[in-house]
Write a protein that binds this ligand. Structure first.
Ligand code: ATP
Ligand code: MG
Length: 426
């Protein structure tokens, strides 16, 4: 019979990978702690209406990328394609936004039906920040600084660029949208198929078209800057000032618009030239209208989502995972003979009581001294503990250094703890 394979674009994280992910996750946990953010864990499945209402009906995500299905009760459900909608839904449902601010983070799988390629998967992972209840540019700066600190912690701050833009107010966007459509309508014949499709549904998205001809056309198009309201302009200036103040460099990109409808004012992306086409590793911005749009009181909000798969790729590409990530055995415990095994199992439990956190693997499945030694070596352990008939009779354990000297010494059961403390890397 043929074997069943995983679904295209959805991959397994094997032990070698999972240690790397755990390393990245521990850095995420550290940096969110450093800024006083709390984790929120949300369902992977939500009502389809939630995403339609928040992300927007005519976005790529809702039009083409969602995994939507009727459940057994014929309710339309969707595997979450992003985290913000669910986070706002939960915050509203549990009253987290009543006269209070919130600083939240989440981590987990997201699902989009896309063409799988390097850095683009159908099940992928996002780490995201959402902060609620704060209107000023200070919190915009904070979420950007938090992301920058993570890049520094991970060691690739010098390989990423912060792109920054403001989308102004919804009134300004509506006016600009009209001006842009008026302009592009007279050049319809020069627009590619994608841009034509977006001309009336989502014209701002044309701004970040990758098509060269479209980009040339846009050089002469009306500029959003003329439609920017004063409040948004001041907000943006103050944000830039804060980033300057913190020594965070950025590139202004007036064509940066986001693929999700709920953004206004600040938008930003962190990009890298190390990953080919899938160059954005983190994207976010302000979405002051979304809470109200989902049935709450008007609540300012700003956040970002990081593409964790792409960050793992970047760390791999740049060789930035520490060498000892995945080292999970320090001590390999061998016992040759039935009585010896019984004793060793009991003894190993005592050692675990005495050394919480000791990375010790017990030989299972018996075997000769030689075959156990091979397994000990393969485990990556620094030392082997060995109990054979002689050792058991004399109430001793052999300690063998597996990595440097190869030296083997015999110690009494009662001295083992002291010896182990000396021999293990601190
Ligand atoms: P892209 O332009 O790459 O399709 P997007 O604008 O659709 O990105 P967002 O919805 O803003 O992406 O998601 C934030 C981040 O999540 C992206 O910058 C990227 O790093 C990551 N991401 C999005 N879609 C995928 C995917 N299919 N596979 C892996 N990572 C993804
Ligand atoms: Mg996309």
């Amino acid at each position: 019979m043929s074997q069943i394979q995983s679904i295209r674009g959805m991959y397994d994280l094997l032990p070698g990978d999972s240690y790397r992910w755990q390393y990245l996750e521990s850095k995420i946990k550290q940096v969110t702690d450093e800024y006083g953010y709390s984790e929120i864990r949300l369902p992977i499945v939500e009502q389809t209406a939630l995403f339609k209402r928040s992300i927007g009906e005519v976005t790529d995500i809702v039009e083409k990328e969602m995994y939507t299905f009727p459940d057994r009760n014929d309710e339309s459900l969707t595997l979450r394609p992003e985290g913000t909608a669910g986070c706002v839904r939960a915050a509203l449902q549990h009253g987290l936004l009543h006269n209070q601010t919130q600083r939240l983070w989440y981590f987990g799988p997201m699902f989009r039906y896309e063409k799988p390629q390097k850095g683009r998967n159908r099940q992928f992972y996002q780490f995201g920040i959402e902060s609620f209840g704060m209107t000023g540019p200070d919190i915009d700066a904070e979420v950007i600084l938090l992301s920058a600190r993570l890049w520094k912690q991970l060691g690739f701050f010098d390989h990423v660029t912060l792109e920054l833009n403001t989308l102004g107010s919804s009134e300004g966007r509506a006016k600009y949208r009209k001006a842009l459509v008026d302009y592009l309508e007279s050049y319809k014949d020069r627009l590619d198929e994608d841009s034509l499709r977006r001309l009336y549904s989502n014209p701002l998205r044309i701004l970040d078209s990758k098509n060269k001809k479209t980009q040339e056309l846009l050089d002469e198009a009306p500029k959003f800057d003329e439609f920017l309201d004063d409040e948004s302009r001041v907000h943006f200036e103050q944000l830039k000032q804060r980033l300057d103040n913190a020594g965070i460099r950025y590139v202004l990109n007036p064509r940066l618009v986001r693929g999700l409808d709920y953004y206004g004012k600040t938008v930003f992306e962190w990009t890298t030239d190390k990953l080919g086409a899938q160059s954005t590793i983190c994207a976010g911005g302000r979405y002051d209208g979304l809470v109200e749009q989902l049935g709450g009181k008007p609540t300012p909000a700003v956040g970002f989502a990081m593409g964790v798969d792409r960050i793992v790729l970047l760390l791999e590409t740049l060789g930035l995972f520490p060498a000892d990530v995945g080292h999970n055995v320090d001590v390999y415990f061998m016992a040759v003979g039935e009585q010896e095994e019984l004793f060793a199992q009991r003894f190993s439990e005592q050692l675990r009581d005495e050394f919480p956190g000791l990375k010790m693997q017990m030989n299972c499945g018996g075997g000769s001294f030689k075959s156990q030694m091979k397994k000990a070596d393969k485990s990556g352990a620094h030392i082997a503990l060995i109990i054979g008939a002689d050792e058991l009779a004399r109430q001793q354990v052999a300690i063998k250094d597996l990595r440097t000297t190869g030296e083997q010494i015999l110690v009494g059961f009662s001295e083992l703890a002291v010896q182990l403390k000396q021999k293990l890397p601190q």
